[in-house]
Design a binder for this molecule. Structure first.
Ligand SMILES: [Zn+2]
Length: 276
């Protein structure tokens, strides 16, 4: 989105919007989105940062982040980030982009938006870095809003209004999050993208219909393991035949993506031969 598009998209958000929900396209942020969607007090602003340096991976992440937002009826607000071009250092971790953007929205209050929460999809296996780093950002926000030079003079009223980072799923494993989504929203699970090395793009006419995961990288294997574990919940919690069938249908659909990819390649190969 360019500046004007971001402005227009934010202007169209529900006036009650109070929750900043960063969605990467992956499993945990999809869970965080569903948490916010079903929470009676949350009105989500669904956001994404697109980093062109990551090529097809970035394209796939944006594609599925948009689909996930639309699945629940939200418009994805996204912007480009080129922070990765300076490289990853321990001094400047990549997540700074997200935190700083959140702070800009929280303090800038575009179109009068009053944020109360920022959603983090952190699970029980994730490290605490992001959650700890947020302390300083909340301190800056509380100081600015209190017109205080340091935290000695923060007002209680302001602090009560300072948006909080919440990680409501921090006691859940990836597979537990996946199982929760599968129980309620099996179609959302199909829109999760985790592979950093996509094989390619599926097209119908000239329109992109999906991306094809490599099925072999560590993220694909991690997702596959979580899916298998979630599928086994049918044994642990007696979740029933319907729960099992959802996984079975999911597996078939994932296989169909790979088959469509092979077929598309075959057709292109033939077309190439004809033109030769
Ligand atoms: Zn992969």
């Amino acid at each position: 989105m360019d500046k004007t598009q971001v402005y227009e998209a934010v202007e169209k958000l529900d006036r009650r919007t109070n929750t900043y929900v960063p969605v990467s396209g992956g499993c945990e942020s999809a869970w965080a989105l569903s948490y916010s969607h079903y929470h009676k007090d949350h009105f989500p602003a669904v956001v994404h940062w697109y980093d062109p340096r990551y090529g097809l991976f970035a394209d796939a992440s944006l594609f599925y982040a948009k689909k996930q937002a639309e699945y629940y009826g939200y418009t994805l607000v996204w912007d480009s980030s080129r922070l990765s071009e300076i490289g990853y250092t321990t001094e400047i971790p990549i997540i700074v982009t997200g935190i700083a953007s959140f702070m800009t929205v929280a303090l800038g209050k575009p179109h009068g938006m009053q944020l109360k929460w920022i959603m983090s999809g952190a699970n029980s296996e994730d490290d605490l870095r992001m959650r700890i780093m947020f302390r300083e950002y909340r301190k800056i926000m509380a100081c600015i809003e209190s017109d205080a030079l340091d935290a000695s003079n923060i007002s209680y009223e302001v602090l009560g209004q300072t948006p909080q980072l919440i990680s409501p799923g921090e006691f859940l494993t990836k597979s537990e999050m996946l199982a929760m989504m599968m129980t309620r929203d099996p179609n959302l699970v199909e829109l999760i993208w985790t592979c950093p090395k996509p094989k390619g793009v599926l097209k119908s006419k000239d329109e992109i219909t999906g991306y094809v995961p490599c099925g072999a990288c560590y993220k694909c294997l991690e997702f596959e393991a979580a899916r298998k574990n979630a599928q086994d919940a049918v044994m642990r919690y007696a979740m029933g035949v319907e729960y099992y069938s959802k996984f079975w249908r999911h597996e078939n659909k994932m296989d169909a993506v790979q088959q469509a990819w092979e077929k598309q390649n075959e057709t292109q190969h033939k077309d190439k031969k004809v033109s030769e």
